[in-house]
Design a protein. Structure first.
Length: 62
């Protein structure tokens, strides 16, 4: 089955004190996931198992 893109979401994360890019990235991913309401995505994508879902994350840091 060919991969299809169903959702694009952006998030922002900042680590002001430690200036750790990894912490900032984790916060950005958490922020993007928190702003989603994915009702019915399983039916639209034809998925039956959460392990079938592929999540691709692109990170940009200064």
């Amino acid at each position: 089955m060919a991969r299809k893109c169903f959702i694009i979401e952006m998030g922002m994360g900042i680590d002001q004190h430690g200036q750790e890019p990894t912490v900032a990235c984790a916060r950005a991913v958490r922020n993007a996931i928190a702003h989603n309401a994915l009702l019915g995505v399983w039916e639209v994508a034809g998925l039956t198992d959460p392990n079938q879902m592929i999540v691709e994350v692109k990170v940009a840091v200064p």
